[in-house]
Structure formats: C-alpha cells, structure tokens
Design a protein around this ligand. Structure first.
Ligand SMILES: Cc1cc2nc3c(=O)[nH]c(=O)nc-3n(C[C@H](O)[C@H](O)[C@H](O)COP(=O)(O)O)c2cc1C
Length: 251
C-alpha cells in the first residue's frame, strides 16, 4: 500500500536526521516575494468583530455549507487571514504567526479564490503574510466552474464567498526536516484550518474543510508544479443566515 510506504519512508529511527539545514545549505526565503500587484489589507481590527468566548466558539464550531449571497467585507477577510496565517513577529530567520508550525517553517501559502468580497474583483489571490497584503494573480476565466469541478462539484465550493486554498511550498519545510517534513506539512495545515473554523464565527460566517479535491486540477489552477508546490487542503467560507443558524446534519 502506498500510504504505508509514506509512513515508513518518513519514520524517525535512531539515526541522526540528515537535512540540508544540517549540511549547511542556506535557508530558503520565508515566503516567495510577490510578483503581481499588491492590495493592502486593512487592519484585522479585532475590536470590531463580535466578542465570542473561546469555549463557546469551540462548542459552536461546525462544518457549514449553505451560504447566503452576502459578501464579506475586506476587514472580515483581513481578520480571517490574520487568524489563520497572520504574522505576529518577524525576524530574519523566521516569523511567529497566529498558528503553530513545525520548526517555525511556515511552509504553507494561502491562496484565495474570491467570489464575493466587497471592493475586490473576483479572482485568485495569494496572501503575503509578511506584508499582510494580497498579491493579485493573473485573471482566471471560469474560476467558479473550474474550482467547483476540481472539488467534485461540491455545492459549498460554488456557493462560497471565498475559498481558502492552502498550498505547500515544500522546501521551506524539507530544508529543515528532509523526508519527515512532508508529514509536518499536513499537520500544519490542520492547525490553520482549525483556526479558520473558530475565527469565522465572530464574523458571522461559516466554513467547511475540503479534503476531496482533484490534485492535478487544483495545482494547475494555481500554476503549481505538484512536486515542490502542491495544494494540501481547502475550505469554503461564506455568510450564514443568522435567522436560520441551526447545526447541520453530519456528512
Ligand atoms: C481533513 C478533512 C477533510 C474534509 N473534507 C470535506 C469535504 O471534502 N467536503 C465536505 O463537505 N466536508 C469535508 N470535511 C468536513 C467533515 O465532513 C466534517 O468535519 C465532519 O462531518 C464532522 O462535522 P463537523 O465539522 O460539523 O463537526 C472534511 C473535514 C476534514 C477534517
């Protein structure tokens, strides 16, 4: 079985780890510098989101798939990006963010397929965490159709105001951990998505993790080679009709 081969080939044994870091290879950049136009994001403005007790947020957390047509504001999007990938403190060799990451490598980039965010043209963007801004990527015709098809036509993907797409820039992790680093990428993605699940609540949104996607289709949409850079995980996000906010049946 291929899955067990992955576990075996990424196992820690008694031998010391050999990695590029240990061999003296220079650390890669913390984040690929943007090449496209940048959109400055507003302050995440934690003061204006609804106050929500952490225990209550954990209790209320659910996968929500039925969004209204309402748009998110740019401040709400900025808040969600800060909660899931925001930089709290950067220094030359790394950056502490709002989510943990093995070895502080933070090798996951957040791409956004924006459908309805006030003041932003629908399209694909990359979050530049070190600058808290959005890089505009080349225009993508039929974005909603292709994205939905790449996610097996899941309705929540088509209905979403924004789809978060988390993609590995693997060498930022592999440099430190070699083969073991591949496991860390998936673990890191889980923490990011959990922060999204909790942070959508105070901005009256819902989200749903999406693990069912066609790898090649998603990588091609983002122009990723599928080897050094590849999509790990997605989540649909949209506004919740507050009058009908009932827990959904499990899927
Ligand atoms: C790794 C992972 C992948 C998932 N993929 C999908 C998916 O592709 N489509 C979907 O509708 N829900 C997906 N979900 C959501 C689960 O179906 C959901 O978490 C589960 O049914 C429990 O419901 P709850 O999140 O409301 O507690 C995924 C969840 C996880 C953690």
């Amino acid at each position: 079985m291929k899955g067990i081969e992955f576990i075996e080939s990424t196992r820690y044994g008694d031998d010391p780890i050999t990695s590029d870091e240990r061999s003296g290879v220079n650390q890669p950049e913390l984040e690929e510098p943007p090449a496209g136009d940048l959109i400055e994001l507003p302050d995440p403005d934690r003061e204006t989101v609804h106050e929500l007790d952490l225990s209550e947020a954990i209790e209320l957390r659910e996968s929500f798939r039925d969004y209204t047509d309402e748009s998110l504001t740019l401040t709400e999007l900025s808040y969600l990006l800060w909660c899931t990938a925001g930089v709290k403190w950067a220094f030359p060799e790394g950056a502490f963010r709002t989510v943990p990451s093995a070895g502080c490598c933070h090798a996951i980039d957040t791409y956004l397929a924006i459908n309805r965010v006030k003041g932003i043209k629908p399209g694909i963007y990359r979050y530049i965490a070190l600058d808290h801004s959005l890089e505009t990527l080349p225009a993508y015709p039929d974005l909603q159709e292709d994205l939905s098809a790449a996610c097996f036509d899941q309705p929540c993907v088509k209905q979403a105001a924004v789809v978060f797409i988390w993609a590995a820039d693997a060498y930022r992790m592999i440099w430190k951990y070699a083969e073991r680093g591949y496991r860390n990428l998936f673990l890191d993605a889980g923490h990011i998505c959990q922060n999204l699940y909790l942070s959508v609540l105070p901005v009256e949104c819902g989200c749903c993790a999406i693990g069912a996607f066609k790898d090649q289709g998603m990588n091609e949409m983002l122009n990723l080679d599928g080897k050094d850079r590849f999509v790990l995980y997605l989540a649909s996000v949209g506004k919740v009709d507050q009058t009908e906010a009932e827990p959904e049946e499990q899927q």
